[in-house]
Design a protein around this ligand. Structure first.
Ligand SMILES: Cc1cc2nc3c(=O)[nH]c(=O)nc-3n(C[C@H](O)[C@H](O)[C@H](O)COP(=O)(O)OP(=O)(O)OC[C@H]3O[C@@H](n4cnc5c(N)ncnc54)[C@H](O)[C@@H]3O)c2cc1C
Length: 505
């Protein structure tokens, strides 16, 4: 890249000509090109840029922080604006291991642009690890904290945004602020799950725990949805025994095989996907794990036996393997390698993720299955329960409102991830557009009071839809925008707020 004249005449020095890759993301659906890219060397570079833009009366330049660019709908893009490549700031991982007679926690200080895989590798050197994960580790710290960060540990430890002790943030005014639950707490909670709207995370302090050596990883199959969800809810009621819980809908055999690449068990005696009458059958799979700390006096086999003896899976279809903790957490990278080798990684991904109240999960499943072509569906469909009290209500993330039922039922809601890939060889632009329209129909139908679902990693077509998405939290979200990024400079790719001139304030 060559240095070019920056779109503002007083910006920091590392402003470069935008590269084509900056208009690309994992979704490959939106391709908005910026005018320039900033590769900061420090948070101060970011602060200088935003201070300059904020002070400029007539600038309409927007700024998007880009972590790993694994968004689906252009959320880290900035049309004609500036993209900040967060990985250009050194990862600077500092691990604090709590001493035996010391109060407090072990934690890691890490740059916002570092990837979770880097943090895992570094913390393991100290026998430590973050508690809460995403399934895929090549995502940036700042990117997932701007959304939520969920995986099979979330029922036990909460999402990644519940496992942060402190943040350094550059606001849309250019102020560089250290915040925590007790210091500048409004900014701290606003930024967590805040879709990049209030500030750029340049450093995060992440809670760590002792890392296990090994993991016992179990998969059990069901052909009955009620039995499947009942067992999932049973497992999340046993956090002393279970360390991780997820689940899948398996629409067809290739879907099972492609989601089993990292699971080194022989699945040769799988249940048949065609019923005797010739119609296709759908299965459900619970995936749970028990961590093996080895040094502790626990027999992991006995723990697994205690759990499985209470489950109602379709016998004999249960499989278990033992893998290292690192391989378990990094399991999706094996799928990435396989998909890349078949040219199926860098393809459009019309993904849809929804939080669904327990009271509406069966109806949502029927809505989904009525709308997808079961035989042709490519990619996993994740579905697993989460517990509401593991999420701080002050953060910006939107959870579903439970409409009816008892207090106990309101505690549980599900994440459903429809993680579809489309192969351009068999799915044209028109076909992709059809899937996006279908997803929108599902969102509309599931957002009614009857199901009461909310999108995770949301994308909405209009301000009115965003208003509905946030519901009773909309006013708080707008108030935070006015406080921390009043000119609407940050994260334009989310499509929530418009950029305004300082002169119109
Ligand atoms: C293969 C794959 C697997 C995934 N698995 C999971 C999963 O298991 N659980 C889960 O919760 N999510 C998952 N995701 C979704 C993922 O968490 C989000 O897409 C996340 O935003 C990706 O992080 P990123 O670094 O790529 O963010 P980007 O796409 O770079 O950015 C996302 C948004 O955050 C903003 N942003 C980026 N960095 C910062 C920062 N430092 N400060 C403030 N704002 C910032 C951007 O401007 C943008 O608006 C997965 C995505 C993929 C592609």
């Amino acid at each position: 890249c060559k240095f070019i004249q920056s779109p503002i005449d007083f910006g920091p020095p590392n402003m470069l000509q935008a590269k084509n890759t900056l208009s690309l993301d994992f979704g490959r659906i939106i391709f908005d090109s910026p005018s320039a890219v900033l590769r900061p060397q420090s948070p101060e570079d970011i602060s200088l840029l935003l201070t300059s833009l904020f002070a400029s009366s007539f600038s309409k330049v927007t700024v998007a922080a880009r972590g790993a660019g694994h968004s689906i709908r252009g959320q880290a893009q900035a049309l004609d604006g500036i993209v900040i490549e967060m990985d250009s700031i050194p990862s600077n991982i500092y691990i604090h291991k709590r001493g035996h007679d010391e109060e407090g926690f072990s934690y890691a200080d890490v740059s916002g642009g570092a990837m979770w895989i880097e943090l895992l590798e570094e913390s393991l050197k100290f026998g430590l690890s973050p508690r809460s994960w995403t399934d895929y580790l090549y995502l940036s710290i700042g990117g997932t904290l701007s959304n939520g960060g969920i995986s099979g540990q979330t029922f036990k430890h909460g999402p990644q945004i519940s496992n942060v002790l402190q943040l350094d943030v550059v606001t849309g005014k250019g102020d560089l602020i250290t915040c925590s639950p007790t210091k500048s707490s409004e900014l701290f909670y606003a930024v967590l799950g805040g879709l990049g709207q209030f500030g750029i995370i340049t450093r995060a302090r992440i809670l760590l725990q002792e890392a296990p050596q090994k993991v016992k990883w179990v998969r059990a199959f069901y052909d009955d949805f009620d039995a499947f969800t009942m067992d999932q809810e049973l497992l999340i009621s046993m956090p002393d025994l279970v360390d991780y819980l997820e689940g899948f809908i398996i629409p067809n055999e290739p879907s099972l095989l492609s989601s089993s690449i990292a699971f080194p068990a022989h699945l040769d005696s799988m249940p048949p996907f065609l019923s005797e009458g010739g119609s296709s059958k759908v299965y459900y799979c619970i995936e749970f794990a028990v961590y093996d700390f080895q040094v502790r006096d626990t027999n992991v086999e006995q723990v697994v036996e205690k759990i499985t003896s209470q489950m109602s899976y379709k016998a004999p279809f249960i499989y278990s393997v033992e893998v290292s903790y690192f391989d378990f957490l990094n399991r999706v990278s094996m799928e990435e390698i396989s998909l890349r080798s078949r040219g199926l990684w860098e393809v459009p991904h019309p993904w849809l993720n929804m939080f669904v109240p327990k009271s509406g999960i069966k109806e949502f499943k029927c809505l989904l299955m009525d709308n997808i072509a079961v035989n042709e569906f490519e990619g996993p469909i994740l579905i697993y329960p989460l517990l509401r009290d593991k999420w701080h209500t002050n953060t910006s993330i939107v959870l579903p409102q439970a409409s009816t039922c008892s207090e106990e039922d309101e505690q549980v809601f599900y994440i459903v991830g429809v993680l579809q890939s489309t192969n351009p060889a068999s799915c044209s632009a028109q076909c992709l557009d059809g899937i996006l329209r279908r997803n929108r129909r599902i969102v509309e139908a599931a957002s009614t009071e009857k199901i009461g679902a909310k999108q995770y990693l949301p994308h909405h077509p209009s301000l009115m839809h965003w208003h509905n998405h946030f519901g009773r939290h909309w006013n708080r979200f707008v108030a935070h925008k006015n406080l921390f990024d009043p000119l609407g400079i940050l994260a334009p790719g989310q499509g929530i707020f418009s950029r305004i001139h300082a002169s119109t304030l």
